[in-house]
Design a binder for this molecule. Structure first.
Ligand SMILES: [Zn+2]
Ligand SMILES: [Zn+2]
Length: 335
């Protein structure tokens, strides 16, 4: 097999030939068909996340086909197309796992961070964390659903779980950072009958136009206030300054969800913008239940994923383009 390997944080990925691996107990081997590029990959590259596996093969939005099955695997077979997400393994025994909150597991492993991921021609996955994808949809357009879609779905559920108002009460949703996750969640929210307000980097009129084309009722810079108070807001950008901005934009009892795994420091802000039962919370990882729900819903919604395709060997270029905001939607690597 071949892979784009991160040998040291801060260095470019290196095209590397490695021996084929065999799936162990409860594992499958998957030939990668497509792998999305996520902002979290940049945090792994930059060494911003603690205790990574090193060297590591990044990539956690994997679409592939099973070509070998280990012992004790049930429900999956050779030739089946599957999706492999960020959550790569959970212990099943900690208090969080037992409480159906496996996204907070005490001993998890994460694809492309603490276990090898999909910037490769093949990957070994825990079979319990491989989602059957069926035949519909192209490999490239499905890949971003595995993180941008799933974490986006979880963050949307949290944003809408408003104190008092209930999900149906949340009509106006703000999305800060209109990239891979933002443009998918906007389509889900619209399908649910909500109004989407898209906030981009100030002056990024191309992305604001992109948001309007996807049905946003308003699009502007993250330094602007929306024309009406929001019921909830989700922050996908990694900029801590956006937290007080979003708090000012939500109504009494409104909720601000921070969906990134890493964020710059949040500046001090006056208590009055949190007052009146506004809430700030973060969303971490995903559960398998999130994946099952969202992957069943996505075809019904008819989500159009905007993708830019790169050959696997050009992973460094894709990551640089993501960092610089040089494309709309999501980048996807194809071996
Ligand atoms: Zn991700
Ligand atoms: Zn656990």
């Amino acid at each position: 097999m071949h892979a784009m390997v991160l040998n040291h944080a801060g260095s470019p990925l290196v095209w590397t030939e490695m021996p084929d691996r065999q799936p162990g107990l409860g594992e499958v081997r998957v030939q990668v068909l497509a792998c999305g590029v996520c902002r979290t990959d940049l945090h792994v590259l930059d060494g911003e996340l603690p205790h990574p596996k090193s060297p590591i093969i990044p990539g956690h939005e994997i679409v592939g086909r099973i070509d070998a099955v280990g012992a004790d695997v049930t429900g999956l077979s050779i030739g089946e197309r599957v999706g492999i997400p960020w959550l790569g393994h959970t212990c099943g025994t900690c208090p969080y796992c037992k409480a159906q909150r496996e996204n907070l597991c005490d001993a998890p492993s994460f694809t492309g961070y603490t276990r090898d991921g999909g910037f490769a021609t093949a990957v070994i996955a825990d079979a319990r964390f491989a989602f059957p994808l069926g035949q519909d949809g192209s490999d490239v357009s499905l890949a971003p659903l595995l993180c941008a879609g799933l974490i986006g779905w979880r963050s949307l559920k949290l944003a809408l779980d408003l104190a008092g108002g209930g999900a149906s009460g949340a009509k106006r949703l703000g999305i800060y950072g209109f990239g891979a996750a933002g443009h998918i969640v906007a389509q889900v929210a619209r399908w649910q009958g909500r109004e989407v307000f898209a906030f981009t980097r100030p002056g990024d009129t191309a992305t604001q136009d992109f948001a309007r084309r996807l049905g946003a009722v308003w699009a502007g810079g993250s330094d602007e206030m929306p024309p009406e108070p929001l019921d909830a807001a989700i922050i996908y950008a990694t900029v801590g300054d956006l937290v007080p901005m979003a708090l000012k934009a939500v109504r009494k009892g409104g909720r601000v969800v921070c969906a990134g795994i890493h964020m710059s420091d949040i500046p001090a802000f006056p208590y009055e913008i949190l007052w009146e039962e506004r809430q700030v919370l973060s969303v971490a990882n995903l559960t398998r239940q999130d994946g099952i729900e969202f992957l069943a819903l996505a075809p019904k919604i008819g989500i159009q994923v905007q993708t830019t395709r790169y050959p696997l060997v050009q992973a460094n270029q894709a990551l640089a383009d993501l960092r610089a905001g040089r494309f709309e939607g999501a980048a996807v690597l194809v071996p």
